[in-house]
Ligand binder design. Structure first.
Ligand SMILES: [Fe+2]
Ligand SMILES: [Fe+2]
Length: 151
């Protein structure tokens, strides 16, 4: 089992670290999504619920678009793990959509838990992306991800 340092365990707001996959556009997606997640975390810490909900919405649509881009690369590469990876994407989207369908109850009632849950989901996606990095790296170029960022 991995050890947890005291500073990590006492931090209720986990860090969201972008993953380097070896594909320029996919790495840029990860950077933008990690930035959005960090802004979500800051909005929660500032008890700015309307902004947190808005950022969650942008993150949700950004992740949906990002997953489609990755899936295109995985299918083009006939990556052996593609179905496993795509099933994880579907699972993560289902969890994110449930949060919204519940009227952001987790965010309204247990904001730190909402941040922890997002951190857990992002770590799950990172674990699969790490495994698929060789398949992404050989893929063609992609246009930048168009996220509707709040001003
Ligand atoms: Fe992925
Ligand atoms: Fe990814």
């Amino acid at each position: 089992m991995a050890s947890v340092s005291p500073s990590m365990s006492s931090d209720p707001l986990p860090s969201f670290i972008p993953l380097s996959s070896g594909h320029v556009a996919i790495d840029e997606d990860h950077r933008q999504l990690a930035d959005l997640a960090a802004r979500f975390r800051q909005a929660v810490a500032a008890s700015n619920l309307p902004l947190a909900m808005h950022l969650f919405e942008v993150l949700l649509s950004g992740m949906q678009a990002h997953f489609k881009r990755e899936e295109g690369l995985l299918i083009a590469a006939s990556a052996p793990e593609r179905y496993d990876h795509m099933a994880m994407h579907e699972d993560v989207m289902r969890e994110l959509l449930t949060i919204r369908q519940d009227g952001f109850r987790v965010l309204r009632c247990w904001p730190d838990r909402a941040v922890d849950l997002l951190g857990h989901l992002l770590r799950r996606t990172q674990a699969h992306d790490r495994r698929s990095a060789p398949s992404f790296a050989g893929g063609g170029s992609l246009p930048p991800l168009a996220l509707l960022l709040p001003q």
